[in-house]
Write a protein that binds this ligand. Structure first.
Ligand SMILES: [Mg+2]
Ligand SMILES: [Zn+2]
Length: 249
C-alpha cells in the first residue's frame, strides 16, 4: 500500500522553467533587467528587496499592473511538469504538495491561476506582495521575514536573510500538526543554493530531485557529504524526467 507522500516544490527553475523575477523585467524592460542584475551582482543578496526597488521603477516608467500580469501569464511552465503533478495527484490522491519559494505571492498565484493549478498546493510559502493603494500599477514586494521582525532566522547554512527554507519546512509541519514521520516519503524538487538547507532536514528514505547544472547541484557536490545530507539524490534536466520519477513513486 503506498504511503502518504509530501512533495515540496521550489518554484523558479523547478516548478516553472524560468526565474519569475528576471522574467517580468525581461518581458517589460531591458533597463530594469540590467538594474536587477547590477544590484544583485553588487552584493545585495536579499532578492525581494531588490525586486521591490525595481518594481517601483517599472511603475514609474508607465508599465501597468495588467502588463505585469500578462508577462507572468506567458512565463514558461512546461506541459510535462503540469502532467507530472496532475498525474501524481490522480494516481496517489493523498499526496500533499507544498511550495516554498523566494518569488512572491502575486507572481505565483497569477501563474498557477493561468494554468488551472490554484488548488494544487496545500500551502504556498513565499514573500508577501500586493498592489500599492496609491498606485495600482506598483507591486509592493516584502520579505517573508520582515526586516523589523524579532523572529529572524538563525540558520547557518547560508539561507538568505528573508527566508530559511529548512525552517519553513519544519514550521509548516509543526503548524499542521505533523512530523516528518507522518509521511512515508518527502520529495523535494529544487535547483537553487537556498534549496540546500531543507534537504539537510530530510531523512534517508526521502528524495531530492536536483536540477542538473544549477547552484544546488554544485552545493550538493561540494558540501553534501560534510553537511550530513542523508536523503537520496536524483538529478533531472527536463520536466519530463520529473514526470517519469513521479510515476515511480
Ligand atoms: Mg529555484
Ligand atoms: Zn536555512
Amino acid at each position: 500500500m503506498p504511503g502518504k507522500q509530501l512533495i515540496v516544490f521550489d518554484f523558479d527553475w523547478s516548478f516553472v522553467d524560468q526565474d519569475t523575477d528576471r522574467w517580468v523585467f525581461e518581458v517589460l524592460s531591458t533597463k530594469l533587467r540590467r538594474k536587477l542584475q547590477t544590484i544583485k551582482s553588487g552584493g545585495s543578496q536579499c532578492t525581494p528587496d531588490v525586486v521591490a526597488e525595481c518594481m517601483v521603477d517599472l511603475a514609474k516608467d508607465g508599465k501597468t499592473q495588467e502588463e505585469v500580469l500578462d508577462a507572468l501569464r506567458i512565463l514558461p511552465l512546461h506541459p510535462a511538469m503540469k502532467r507530472a503533478v496532475t498525474s501524481l495527484q490522480s494516481r496517489l490522491p493523498d499526496t500533499t504538495f507544498v511550495c516554498i519559494s523566494n518569488s512572491n505571492e502575486i507572481y505565483i498565484d497569477t501563474i498557477l491561476k493561468k494554468h488551472d493549478l490554484t488548488s494544487l498546493f496545500h500551502t504556498i510559502i513565499t514573500n508577501p506582495a500586493h498592489w500599492s493603494e496609491e498606485n495600482k500599477n506598483c507591486l509592493m514586494v516584502g520579505r517573508r521575514i520582515p526586516a523589523d521582525s524579532p523572529n529572524q532566522h538563525t540558520c547557518q547554512v547560508g539561507c538568505l536573510v528573508n527566508m530559511c527554507k529548512g525552517d519553513e519546512l519544519e514550521n509548516w509541519l509543526q503548524k499542521n500538526g505533523k512530523k516528518m514521520d507522518d509521511f512515508e516519503q518527502i520529495v523535494y524538487v529544487g535547483d537553487g543554493g537556498n534549496d540546500f538547507c531543507p534537504l539537510l532536514r530530510m531523512r534517508a528514505q526521502d528524495l531530492c530531485l536536483v536540477r542538473k547544472g544549477f547552484e544546488l547541484d554544485l552545493r550538493i557536490k561540494e558540501e553534501g557529504e560534510s553537511a550530513g545530507l542523508k536523503a537520496g539524490v536524483k538529478y533531472w534536466t527536463g520536466a519530463w524526467e520529473i514526470d517519469e520519477i513521479f510515476s515511480e513513486l
